[in-house]
Write a protein that binds this ligand. Sequence first.
Ligand code: MCA
Ligand code: AMP
Length: 482
Amino acid sequence: MDPSHNLYAILRAGFADRLDMVFLRTPEDVVTYRDIDEQSGRLAAALGSRGVVPGDRVVVQVAKSANAVALYLACLRAGAVYVPLNEAYTDEEVAYFVEDAQPALVVRGSLDELVTDAAGCEPLGSPADRAGQTAAMLYTSGTTGKPKGAMLTTENLASNARALAGLWGFSADDVLVHALPIFHVHGLFIALHCAMLRGCEVRFLPRFEVSAVRAALRGSTVMMGVPTFYSRLLAEPDFGVDDCRTMRLFISGSAPLTESVHAAFAQRTGHRILERYGMTETGMITSNPLDGDRIAGTVGHPLPDVEIRAVDEHGAACPTGAVGVVEVRGPNVFAGYWRMPDKTASSFRDGGDDSLDWFVTGDLGSVDTYGRLTLAGRGTDLIISGGLNIYPKEIELLLDDVPGVVESAVIGVPHPDLGDGVLAVIVAAADFDPAAIAAALDGRLARFKHPKHVAVVTDLPRNAMGKVEKAALRRAYVDVFS
Ligand code: MCA
Ligand code: AMP
């Protein structure tokens, strides 16, 4: 097989001459690149013995661990489509994904059984040929409707990984602090692929815990995080230059980094955080430069081979500096939504003869004369809380069924720790009992989506069409978490 036809083979070529170096340093363990190569090979064989064949989906909801990384790589080697799920999802939420993805195998909770099986297997030989095929499928929601599986191909992931490892100057000498979850693009692909392409060491923490992260920063060189990581570090009064002596780069994304956090971090540590922008469907789209101006409030230039533009409501390109809907095309853009041809078609705009079509991101932004993108919010009601996306509709549907709730509107309002905090505004009947809300959501909705505050009102503001005016609600409750 041509090694460019399998993502694991591409990554392996990056660390092939560093097999005896540390890959994952976890709180309990030190895992070398050779260890992960052998373990992922055995797990790939174990998948085969369970009947998994190339193209089959494998749904995985497990805690962050070195074996979880090995299982991801095993899926790549076996040619299975890796489908990671947030550990916080409830049984009801997981049931939807399993029904939709029709997986050959579901791994939930413990990896022990699979790891025991793998111990008795010979590592899989040649990796599966996956040229032009889906390597992983990650669920992402629209504003209405159910989550959709975004199909990411070998080439989507490989092109993005190569571009980022180059742009951000990764080398074998880097040591990456990894405190992100590994069920999303950020922690799974962006962080791990950059490290593997260069054979770097990764300080692999189970979650973001501020004292463990501070300890890990000492001796490390790069960290990737969501803005909440940076505001939590700044909330430590004695955090500063001493913590960052060996660091060369802090990267932020998944949610807007405020100019005030950017400025405070620079003032405290001497480091200007490098902000970049991406989406599940596209991987990374733009990045501020490693060398050159990192401008707070902008998300930088398109990656090599990636094109962006802002368009007006008729689909015409906006003049320089004018805000429109951001569209993107390039090798990073996904193959489509799993078994949703209509939704896929309506998410793209015709790119003209012989050109790729444009993917419509739904983000609003403007492009300046230097080609730099500045985001200006979203065209939708999406809430981004601590870097996790939350769709109001999903919560409103459950709230509207709670006894005593007449109607509800869920919005995101500024939250000092999470960026956006989830607020539910409800119109209640006389018999409403506030405890009924928690009782109705528990077990049905992942806890990070639960409203952090519930406001009871006599009616919701509506426009002439009868649609709830969420912008007015956001203004009215702007200070609720401050
Ligand atoms: C946890 N909780 C949250 C969140 N996380 N509530 C709202 N928003 C959140 N993000 C709730 C839990 O349900 C729990 O509630 C309580 O907070 C404590 O849980 P714990 O797990 O201890 O929270 P934490 O460790 O403080 O986590 C906060 C966090 C984490 C560190 C910000 O959410 C995180 O690591 N976020 C990163 C997400 C990420 O990787 N995003 C990238 C997506 P209760 O007590 O009620 O049970 S990829 C992407 O967006 C694109 C492609 C891109 O550009 O990267
Ligand atoms: P997801 O659906 O989880 O892939 O989240 C993608 C969304 O996160 C994008 O459409 C943006 O709205 C948002 N996002 C990612 N990076 C940034 C950033 N640097 N600044 C603002 N928003 C961002």
